[in-house]
Design a binder for this molecule. Structure first.
Ligand code: MN3
Length: 237
């Protein structure tokens, strides 16, 4: 190995381990919502929460379990599964991408929201400073994030990620893809998600119908900035 290729390899390993160590595992279980389904009213209605968590999320978990059983695969940690989908048997890859992604995204999503009164309504401390430095401040961040969420055609997610270099970035993915999915998400959009917004119609249609921008605007009222700050501190280490 030349010195140059050693350095390149060491750099790649360092970047990969930054991603690896920053993320907590997610077990293959359908945990209860961390609050009552009506707790996010009037911004997110109780019926949407009940169906979204109780039916949609539950189905991702069931289908992921079926795919793992069919492929005789271990699945103690869904985060580990979705990070390296290419290493899985080909027959299991699509099911893990869709349902493993769905399970991870929704498990995080419930914690990214909280009753409006239970968390500060704006970020502070190191998170606020990073938003200022990397994204031009809270107003600019919210504008860029809302734009990513609005422009996502069809179903998908908008994300705030921490890149391997520690910097914040706004991204978006289709369907249930997650910014941790190497080989699926473009390299420049890989990172640790610290905030995400579900823009599938099932997340808002009962209350907002075709008005996705109104859902996005209302959602800021229930963002759990305490959780975003906790994940930021962990990922930006
Ligand atoms: Mn959803």
């Amino acid at each position: 190995m030349t010195r140059r290729s050693f350095l390149t390899t060491a750099g790649a390993t360092l970047a990969a381990s930054t991603l690896t160590h920053a993320v907590e595992g997610i077990p293959l279980e359908h945990a209860p919502l961390p609050y009552a389904p009506e707790a996010l009213e009037p911004h997110i209605d109780a019926l949407t929460m009940t169906i979204h968590h109780g039916k949609h999320h539950a189905t991702y978990v069931t289908k992921l379990k079926e795919a793992l059983t069919a492929g005789s695969l271990a699945g103690d940690d869904t985060i580990a599964l979705i990070k390296d989908i290419a290493s899985l048997p080909e027959a299991a890859q699509t099911a893990v991408r869709n349902n493993g992604g769905g399970h991870v995204n929704h498990t995080l999503f419930w914690k990214w929201m909280a009753p409006a009164s239970s968390s500060p309504r704006t970020p502070d401390g190191k998170l606020a400073a990073a938003i200022q430095t990397d994204l031009g401040g809270l107003a600019e961040f919210q504008k860029g994030f809302a734009e990513a969420a609005t422009k996502r055609f069809g179903s998908g997610w908008a994300w705030l990620i921490v890149r391997p270099d520690g910097k914040l970035k706004i991204t978006s993915t289709p369907n249930q893809d997650n910014p941790l999915m190497k080989g699926i998400v473009a390299d420049e959009d890989l990172g640790t998600p610290i905030l995400g917004l579900d823009v599938w119609e099932h997340a808002y249609y009962l209350k907002y119908q075709n008005k996705r921008p109104d859902y996005i605007t209302a959602w800021w009222n229930v963002v759990n900035w305490n959780e975003v700050a906790r994940l930021h501190a962990q990922a930006a280490k």
